[in-house]
Structures are given as structure tokens and as C-alpha cells.
Design a protein around this ligand. Structure first.
Ligand SMILES: NC(=O)c1ccc[n+]([C@@H]2O[C@H](COP(=O)([O-])OP(=O)(O)OC[C@H]3O[C@@H](n4cnc5c(N)ncnc54)[C@H](O)[C@@H]3O)[C@@H](O)[C@H]2O)c1
Length: 248
């Protein structure tokens, strides 16, 4: 990853922090976009001493799509283009389908999908010019079914898989690969939406073939794999990282 510049949305989150550290350790420069000050402070502290100058943090609210585009144009110009985009930031409200307003549904799509579209539109001309790019979209096991009350979130994760395939076809001739990762159940903030943590953990371990909880490191290594130069013949795929919960 030496010399590669990586744009990572939601990089300060539960799965993002460890992944950022791994990418930095492998020589990349990570531009972390997030809007949670406490999580950003924890990321900056964790990255200290791991590679001077290899982490740039941009406190950005992805909900402001024109603002995001302006920020990305400035960052790409300052850093000589972006080689890798990781569309990872997400929100995950949970309630029955009938209780969502259309505005609430649309807001989830804005953060989880539209911000990724804006990110890719901002960086793909540079990737095309270089003849190299890696895009990694973070989907979810929830797209495989099995969860109620998450309809805007599940719809957003399906949209990301659709975009993964559409972009893979369109950008492939330019040396740009596009893949998705569908995490299973990982004990981060995303899991706090479940009302019975112990029962949920039992359910997860029963469902998985691997009888331990997933860790952020499991996701980090999958992302690093798709982001690497060596993964250039793999595109349009969705990798399930879920301890063998679902198999395809
Ligand atoms: N943890 C799991 O079990 C799990 C399972 C399946 C999929 N995923 C997916 O993995 C990805 C990472 O999830 P996580 O577990 O690290 O969750 P997380 O909530 O810890 O991380 C998400 C990050 O996105 C950031 N973010 C949210 N809204 C934002 C906005 N408007 N502007 C800027 N940043 C914003 C948050 O501040 C946070 O740091 C997400 O796409 C999630 O859907 C997670």
C-alpha cells in the first residue's frame, strides 16, 4: 500500500479505526472522513507514532452532499488524487417499516449511499487518468435477510451492492476495481441497537460456523486485500466476512 492515498468514510468508527491503523502500517496515507468528535480523537490518538503524516482527518458531515464534494475536490487536489475509496460510513436506525417517514428513509440513503456516489464521482476521473483505482463498498449481512425493523438500512446496503456491480463493469476498462464487503455481526456501536445483548450474542455464535465473535481486524484484513495492488483481477464481488453465518 506504500504511496497509496485512501479516502475512508466513517473511518473513526468501530470497524474503521482498526482498518485505518492497518492501512497506515502498510504504508498508505489515509484520509479519514467522520463527524463524531470523540471517535475522531480516539482515532488520532491510536494512530500516533504509527507512521508520521500518514493520517489526515477531515471532520465532514456526509449529509451535506455539496459540502462533501467541495471537501473531496480540495483533498484530491492537495494530495495528488485518491487511489482507494472505502465507502464505509453508515447510520442504522431501527423501527418497524410503517413508522419510517419517507424523509427518514431518504436520510439513510443520503448517508449510506449518496455520500458514496459523491465520493466516487469526485475521485474516479483521477483514477481513470492514472489507470488505477480501488473502490470498496461496505454492505451488510442484513441484506441476506433475517432482520426486521431495518428497512432503510437494508435497502441502502442493497443499493451499494448494485452500485458495486454497475461501477465494476463501467470502471474496469480503466484499471479500477470495485468490490463490496458484507460484514456479519461485529460488536461495535452498530450492534447496540439490539435490545437483548446476551441473547443476541448467543444467537450470533449459534449461527456462525466459527465459534468466536468477529473482530475489527477480520474486516480490516478483508478491506486491505481488496485495496491492494495485487487484487487487480477481482471486481464486482461481494465478500461475506461473517464467520460462515451465510455461505454463497
Ligand atoms: N458492526 C457490525 O456488526 C456491522 C455489520 C454489518 C455491516 N456493518 C457496516 O460496517 C460499516 C462500519 O460500521 P461500524 O460497525 O464501524 O459502525 P460505527 O457506527 O462504529 O461506524 C460508522 C461511522 O460512520 C460515521 N458517520 C455516521 N454518519 C456520518 C455522517 N453524517 N458524516 C460523517 N460520518 C458519519 C460515524 O461517526 C462512525 O464513526 C457500516 O457501513 C456498517 O453498516 C457493520
Amino acid at each position: 500500500m506504500k504511496g497509496r492515498t485512501i479516502l475512508y468514510t466513517g473511518a473513526a468508527g468501530g470497524l474503521g479505526l482498526d482498518t485505518t491503523l492497518l492501512l497506515i502500517e502498510r504504508g498508505a496515507h489515509v484520509i479519514a472522513l467522520d463527524n463524531d468528535d470523540a471517535k475522531i480523537a480516539a482515532l488520532v490518538a491510536a494512530a500516533e507514532g504509527r507512521g508520521p503524516g500518514r493520517l489526515t482527518v477531515s471532520r465532514t458531515d456526509l449529509a451535506d452532499l455539496p459540502g462533501l464534494r467541495a471537501t473531496l475536490d480540495a483533498l484530491a487536489a492537495r494530495h495528488g488524487g485518491i487511489d482507494v475509496v472505502i465507502n464505509n460510513a453508515a447510520i442504522y436506525p431501527s423501527k418497524p417499516f410503517e413508522d419510517y417517514t419517507i424523509e427518514e428513509h431518504q436520510f439513510v440513503q443520503r448517508i449510506n449511499v449518496d455520500a458514496g456516489i459523491v465520493a466516487v464521482q469526485a475521485v474516479v476521473p483521477g483514477m481513470r487518468a492514472k489507470g488505477f483505482g480501488r473502490i470498496v463498498n461496505i454492505s451488510s449481512i442484513t441484506l441476506s435477510g433475517g432482520w426486521a425493523n431495518l428497512s432503510p438500512y437494508v435497502a441502502s446496503k442493497g443499493a451499494l451492492v448494485g452500485l458495486t456491480r454497475a461501477w465494476a463493469r463501467e470502471f474496469g476498462p480503466w484499471g479500477v476495481t470495485v468490490n463490496a464487503i458484507a460484514p456479519g455481526a461485529f460488536p461495535t456501536d452498530a450492534e447496540k441497537i439490539h435490545p437483548d445483548p446476551e441473547g443476541y450474542e448467543r444467537m450470533v455464535l449459534d449461527a456462525q460456523a466459527i465459534k468466536r465473535r468477529g473482530t475489527a481486524s477480520d474486516i480490516a484484513h478483508a478491506i486491505a486485500f481488496f485495496a491492494a495492488d495485487e487484487a487487480g483481477f477481482i471486481t464486482g464481488q461481494t465478500l461475506q466476512v461473517n464467520g460462515g453465518w451465510t455461505m454463497s
